[in-house]
Design a protein around this ligand. Structure first.
Ligand SMILES: NC(=O)NCCC(=O)O
Ligand SMILES: [Zn+2]
Ligand SMILES: [Zn+2]
Length: 467
């Protein structure tokens, strides 16, 4: 028997609209919206009523860039699909798109099946996969077509990490040509990794081993150059392009110039680039290791360009690149050699709140918040309108959000499986109160009611900005 839930009295905020409306959920989907006070006349009945008076009613967040259990630098990202998706839900995110990894010399199929198995039965919220291409060759190019048909419609390539994930320009061009014909979307890690590795070697030879040198060798110009090159290769291939984790003003300028020409080029940034900086990387006593990720944190001055890009739609998406490693036992691997610090930051639980703080601070509007965190990632990766909005027929992934609650972010209270918070001690206004995933209440007034295995694998269509 289906359960009907009425979410009453809130302000429904989507990327397109803000309406004072009650929301009826039936059998896991949004059934209808109606003006406050009209639901009795409409004859609506419900098994459960959630009072959202004075609160926002939001579509669940879509985090299109996470790495649960990612093998990296001799260790694994510390959140499993179970712990990471639970933390995501606590933070108002109800869908993640994680990355399955192709091992060099092996088939895409093998990597994807391994990731299906890791996630199966573990997730508290719905999930999907992109595929990381670590070995572009004739057979992996053919496999791309099959994956697109199967609902894995985006492929990440790396211009960094030679010997690990790196693809050369010829491999990149071939993968882009393939995506131009099969409808897939290439996601690019745009940093010139060959040049960076030279600078790493030279820095270490000078005895520059602290975490802050990670930021110094991964130069802004090498992000901008790679972004420019990726755009030109995509033009040659006639393929669309999505650049992940954009951190530098000069890289935003490359994207803006391409978009001004009308090219199908898209960009993502992450909360760490909007709220943190090289000041964090320079923290003493190896504390800077907590902030080592790639692309790296940049000097604070870059943040204005990222916010501007989000306002002008030169950047479309904010995802987390959630890739947590504990300070003790994992980040530690790089004491005395910054190049051995596992790259990545935790954040899947903090994204919706930090972006609400950006609304409070006047960087973005409320609707833009929902666009960059919910609707645009859903459209970009073929999940809309099932995910990313509140409309009849959509999955009932809904967040009741208290815009007035004040909270202090801390590892003492977060739910991610990592021993520090990148935002420790930061006070933000706004907090998730209740979360529904396909109509099931998984967070009930800040009590966990979800379960591992509720989350379902969700195949995707191709990028909906190109249709
Ligand atoms: N971003 C990062 O530092 N780690 C995760 C892997 C990647 O996205 O490049
Ligand atoms: Zn990357
Ligand atoms: Zn990543």
């Amino acid at each position: 028997m289906s359960t009907r839930t009425l979410i009453r009295g809130g302000l429904v905020v989507t990327a397109a609209d803000e309406v004072h409306a009650d929301v009826l959920v039936d059998d896991g989907r949004i059934a209808a919206l109606a003006a406050h006070g009209t639901t009795v006349a409409e004859g609506w009945t419900a098994d459960r009523v959630i009072d959202a008076t004075g609160k926002y009613v939001l579509p669940g967040g879509v985090d299109a860039h996470t790495h649960m259990e990612l093998p990296f630098g001799g260790t694994f990202a510390s959140d499993t699909f179970e712990t990471g998706t639970r933390a995501a839900a606590w933070g108002g995110t109800t869908t993640i798109v994680d990355f399955a990894v192709q091992t060099r010399g092996r088939a895409l199929r093998e990597g994807l099946d391994a990731w299906y198995a890791k996630a199966d039965g573990k997730c508290a919220i719905d999930y999907a996969f992109h595929m990381i291409l670590s070995d572009v060759n004739e057979s992996s190019l053919k496999e791309m077509d099959l994956l697109v048909e199967e609902g894995v419609t985006s492929f990440k390539l790396f211009m960094a990490y030679p010997g690990v994930f790196y693809s050369d320009d010829g491999q990149i061009l071939r993968a882009m040509q393939r995506s131009a014909s099969n409808g897939g979307l290439i996601m690019m890690h745009a940093e010139n990794g060959i040049a960076i590795d030279v600078l790493v070697e030279q820095a270490l030879a000078r005895g520059e081993t602290d975490p802050r040198y990670h930021g110094e060798v991964r130069k802004v110009l090498l992000e901008a150059e790679a972004t420019h090159r990726a755009i030109q290769l995509a033009r040659v291939a006639g393929a669309p392009l999505y650049v992940v984790h954009v951190s530098a003003e000069e890289a935003v300028a490359e994207l803006a110039a391409a978009r001004d020409k009308g090219l199908p080029v898209f960009g993502e940034t992450c909360p760490q680039y909007l709220f943190l900086s090289t000041d964090n990387l320079a923290e003493p006593d190896f504390e800077g290791a907590k902030y080592v990720c790639s692309t790296p944190l940049r000097p604070r001055e870059h943040q204005a360009a990222l916010w501007r890009g989000l306002r002008t739609d030169d950047l479309q998406v904010v995802s987390t690149d959630h890739c947590p490693f504990c300070f003790t036992g994992q980040k530690d691997l790089g004491r005395g050699d910054f190049s051995k610090i596992p790259n990545g930051l935790p954040g899947v639980e903090n994204r919706m709140d930090l972006l609400h703080q950006a609304v409070v601070d006047g960087h973005i509007s409320r609707r833009r918040w929902i666009d960059i965190a919910c609707a645009a990632p859903a459209r970009m990766f073929g999940l809309y309108p099932k995910k990313g909005t509140i409309a009849p027929g959509a999955d009932a992934d809904v967040v009741v959000y208290d815009p007035h609650a004040v909270q202090t972010i801390s590892a003492d209270t977060h739910h991610m499986n990592v021993d520090y918070s990148a935002y420790e001690g930061r006070t933000v206004t706004g907090q998730v109160e209740t979360v529904l995933s396909r109509g099931e209440v998984v967070v009930d007034r800040r009590t966990w009611t979800g379960r591992a295995g509720h989350g379902l694998y969700t195949p995707r269509s191709t990028c909906q900005y190109l249709n």
